[in-house]
Design a protein around this ligand. Structure first.
Ligand code: GTP
Length: 598
């Protein structure tokens, strides 16, 4: 079948520049769905996205568009996530396309993420269609945006399409530009099945649904296919397209974007980025361009109620199929019991997983302080990779420690440049370049340790620039750093849930803050409880909780026995949720409070 009338494209943009609104509008104009259906569908698919105002998962959608040339084209739109944590998903969606709409909010101009996303699209050799959105806003400045695109991104001014996704301006032009500028897919002449799995979803009733882009050949029900990564073969049960809801069809051919359901029994069988081929006539090589992305941030996730362990494990397995970048393995901790060591792309990703565990699986979980991966060279010449502070080698056997670093692009109004330099310095980074974007803004290129941008860098950037600053980053390898393991000792006993890997120069300050917070949440005992932060046996910070007996019945004067009993019962309840550390009782919610705020 000819691919002449097919166009596969994606929309890339900075967060909030209007991708979702434009996707909705394109669907509406092509009569794919009515406006009302659109919002209902999106609401169903992911509440969390709505709430956080971001797109987390890519939603492919097939549209039919009758162009001005009289022909009806099949347009496959792959929406992409908008947050830095998900640049992996962006790259997967882009690899399944021939073109991309680069959306820029005409009232905001080019942002750091616009630059980073464009780089991703260019790496995939995509045809770029620049769209200046929100021209209905009084603050929109189309000529200025055009100049920015030309100056910063080398995009000719004449290529830009002014539009308003909200008001429905320029939509026709965008559709015509997709037809005219985005190349039709080109099929490999051998016509052997090559399909790439760019996403997947676990459906309770239907099992694993793989989202595929067919590069050559065809795929249909009953066919046996092979997946490269595992060499396993499957029988296809159903193929279909997204309209945007899953709609079965007879066959998917070269150039198509759709889904396949095979007899996959386990969520872990499908590997995102893998190539699907025909098992009797396989292609010799998998498709290029996909790489396996490793999680960059790690944290322990534990059930608050230890009897929920198995349920948590099942829930995580299900989340993983939707989200291959999320990894988990069993671990246990004296403080928190049995749980999982989890890997994430970044902090937002971590937050989303926790939130989904709560909402979709009704799980109550605690997570430990996030850490990154360290490469540690030992004195015996071996190298160990550490993603968990409790596994950090003893200081005397360490030769060198290397930590992950990132190239960060920060775009801020010129007046904040000093604040930003200060922030970067505080976070152990350096500014390598500054470039003036326009009369207002400056782009700083910096190198920073990943661990330093994990927790509050973006928040600080936003608050210090009154929301005008934006950032994006890319991984830039590893660099030697003087990291140390810091333990928290409570009444002399280390509590490993609070162990962290910190830079030597920051250990003291961090230890002090943690000790102060622990002091607030650990109740008084009959004796003085010492809280100490220790690095390699040396105490770097110390707090103590003075001795006191908590007499809950003191308030009950008179002989109201039933009231007294009630209070004692309550106290007993409270005790159940305590954990013993040596001779100290720590309420479980103290862990939660401290881990949440640290
Ligand atoms: P992420 O998925 O979080 O990256 O956001 P997005 O890029 O999909 O943005 P979205 O479509 O959610 O739009 C963000 C906000 O901008 C919403 O409040 C939209 O209503 C608004 N918006 C989108 N397009 C236009 C437009 O053309 N004009 C105006 N005035 N507002 C728009």
């Amino acid at each position: 079948m000819s691919t002449e009338l097919t166009r596969n494209f994606s929309i890339i943009a900075h967060i909030d520049h209007g991708k979702t609104t434009l996707s909705d509008r394109l669907m509406e104009v092509t009569s794919t769905v009515t406006m009302r259906e659109t919002s209902a569908q999106q609401l169903d698919s992911m509440d969390l996205e709505r709430e956080k105002g971001i797109t987390i998962k890519s939603h492919p959608v097939a549209m039919q568009y009758k162009a001005k040339d009289g022909k009806t084209y099949k347009l496959n739109l792959l929406d992409t996530p908008g947050h830095v944590d998900f640049s992996y998903e962006v790259s997967r969606a882009l690899a399944a396309c021939e073109g991309a709409i680069l959306m820029v909010d005409a009232a905001q101009g080019v942002e750091a993420q616009t630059v980073a996303n464009l780089h991703l699209a260019e790496q995939q050799n995509l045809k770029i269609i620049p769209v200046l959105n929100k021209i209905d806003l009084p603050a929109a400045d189309v000529p200025k945006c055009k100049r920015q695109l030309e100056d910063i991104l080398c995009i000719p001014e004449d290529d830009c399409i002014p539009a308003s996704a909200k008001a429905g301006i320029g939509i026709e032009e965008i559709l015509e530009a997709i037809i005219a500028r985005v190349p039709a897919p080109v099929e490999n002449p051998d016509k052997i099945l090559r399909a790439t799995v760019f996403d997947s979803l676990y459906n309770t009733y239907r099992g694993v649904v793989s989202y595929v882009r067919i590069f050559s050949g065809t795929i249909k029900r009953g066919q046996r296919v092979k997946l490269f990564a595992t060499s396993k073969t499957y029988e296809i049960k159903e193929v279909g397209i997204f309209t945007p809801k899953m709609t079965a069809c007879d066959i998917l051919s070269a150039g198509d974007v759709g889904y396949v359901i095979a007899n996959m029994k386990s969520a872990s069988e499908v590997k995102i980025g893998d190539t699907m081929t025909d098992s009797t006539h396989p292609c010799s090589e998998p498709l290029p361009g996909y790489k396996e992305i490793q999680p960059m941030v790690f944290s322990g996730i534990y059930p608050v109620d230890s009897s929920d362990y198995e349920q948590l494990k099942t829930a995580m397995g299900k989340l993983q199929i939707n989200d291959p970048a999320f990894t988990f393995s069993q671990e246990s901790s004296t403080a928190l019991g049995f749980g999982f060591r989890c890997g994430f792309l970044g902090l937002l990703h971590m937050e989303i997983i926790q939130e989904r565990l709560r909402r979709e699986f009704d799980m109550d979980v605690i997570s430990t302080y996030p850490s990154v991966i360290y490469h540690v060279d030992l004195t015996d010449g071996t190298e160990v990779i550490v993603d968990n502070p409790t596994l950090f080698p003893e200081a005397q056997v360490i030769q060198e420690i290397r930590e992950p670093i990132v190239n960060v692009y920060i775009m801020v109004p010129g007046e904040y440049i000093g604040d930003m330099m200060q922030l970067v310095l505080e976070k152990r980074g350096e500014v390598t370049n500054t470039e003036t974007i326009d009369d207002m803004r400056v782009m700083l290129s910096c190198v920073l340790p990943l661990s330093e941008i994990l927790v509050d860098f973006n928040d600080k950037l936003k608050s210090q620039t009154k929301g005008y600053g934006s950032m994006d980053y890319e991984h830039a390898g590893y660099r030697a750093a003087k990291m140390v393991k810091m333990d928290m000792l409570i009444a002399g006993d280390p509590v490993e849930a609070f162990s962290t890997i910190v830079h030597r120069d920051k250990a003291e300050g961090y230890g002090r803050r943690l000790a102060e917070r622990l002091k607030e949440v650990i109740p008084s005992h009959l004796f003085v409880v010492a809280i100490q932060a220790a690095v390699g046996g040396k105490i770097v910070a110390r707090e103590s909780i003075s001795a006191m007996r908590k007499n809950v019945t003191a308030k009950c004067y008179g002989g109201d026995i039933s009231r007294k009993r009630k209070l004692l019962e309550k106290q007993k309840e409270g005790k159940k949720k305590m954990k013993m550390f040596g001779k100290v009782n720590i309420p479980q919610d103290a862990f939660i409070k401290v881990l949440k705020s640290s």
